[in-house]
Design a protein around this ligand. Structure first.
Ligand code: CP
Length: 321
């Protein structure tokens, strides 16, 4: 099946999901991010790669990390950035997504970064965008959050030089998590030794075995000898009905505590895409502890998003020349 995020030469023209991308493309994103990360250490942090380009951030759902780091990344690449305030935009008067897209295209935008509560929204934009316009998925419903997965891979790579042989555990609300889906695809494509998911049965999708993961229903066996632990937030806003017993039951069974962290390897890193719910999925002593790399994940989001934007808009320049 044709992957609409690739052009006829196999280069990225949109960035919609990790699924269907090659290890070569993922490694190129990581390598480009590495060289752009070095720019952040300079007195002048900007590079002219996207000078003259206009990037529009369209966030239909709340975001702190993704929206802000996309904006910083675009500005570091010298692009002009527009943050459309959805709450005061004409979408609140019933304007359709396509009309909003075409209206902004008429203002000579080059790229849209879209977050939406509906799975498939970014693909929908990509299917309807004019030729030469690129769409980046900043998280769509339960489906995908590909730049989050890539900044997570970048973070893992900065601590663990080889993906092969690693044991990575993803813990918590896998069912409602677009981040977990994108991470699992990326970890498998990059050749990680073992991808584990640890969750109550009610928060596990049915396709976990076919996605190449090992399923655990308890922390004690799932965390054993892990190199990387990725904690997930309970996505209460996406839950319909009772998935969990009330009170502290979830934290008592699936919360990451200092005691449980000792089950993993001594140099295991602890990750969380944020926002975190302390005392629900993770103990503060772990979130703020020496093995936590949670704030580094946020910082890495800038370089990784710069890399993706540069690669996608690089494709545009090559196709126009
Ligand atoms: N990880 C993530 O997507 O965080 P935000 O919702 O704050 O962007």
């Amino acid at each position: 099946m044709k992957n609409i995020q690739l052009d006829s030469d196999g280069k990225l023209k949109h960035f919609l999901s990790i699924e269907g991308l090659s290890a070569d493309i993922l490694n190129r994103i990581l390598d480009t991010a590495q060289s752009l990360h070095e720019v952040a250490g300079r007195a002048v942090k900007n590079v002219p790669l996207l000078r003259g380009k206009t990037i529009v951030n369209l966030f239909f759902e709340p975001s702190t990390r993704t929206r802000t780091t996309f904006e910083i990344a675009a500005k570091r690449l010298s692009a002009d950035v527009i943050n459309l305030d959805i709450a005061s935009s004409s979408t609140t008067k019933g304007e359709s997504l396509i009309d909003t897209l075409q209206t902004l295209e008429a203002m000579h935008s080059d790229m849209f970064v879209i977050r939406h509560q509906h799975s498939g929204a970014a693909h929908f934009f990509a299917q309807h965008a004019a030729p030469g316009i690129s769409i980046l998925n900043a998280g769509d419903g339960w489906h995908a959050h590909p730049t989050q997965a890539m900044l997570d891979m970048y973070t893992i790579k900065s601590y663990k030089p080889e993906f092969h042989g690693l044991k990575v555990a993803i813990v918590g609300d896998i069912l409602h998590s677009r981040v977990a889906r994108s991470q699992i695809h990326a970890l498998n494509i990059l050749g990680v030794g073992e991808v584990r998911v640890i969750a109550p049965q009610t928060l596990l999708p049915e396709d976990m075995h076919s996605m190449g993961t090992h399923v655990f229903n308890d922390m004690e066996s799932g965390l054993e000898a892990c190199d990387v632990i990725i904690m997930l937030r309970l996505q209460n806003e996406r839950m319909q009905g009772d998935h969990l017993p009330g009170g502290n039951e979830y934290f008592n069974t699936f919360g990451l505590t200092e005691k449980r962290l000792k089950l993993a390897k001594p140099d295991c890193i602890v990750m969380h895409p944020g926002p975190m719910n302390r005392g629900v999925e993770i103990e503060s002593a772990v979130a703020d502890g020496p093995q936590s790399v949670i704030l580094e994940q946020v910082s890495h989001g800038i370089a990784v998003r710069m890399a993706v934007m540069a690669m996608v808009l690089g494709h545009q320049s090559e196709s126009k020349s």
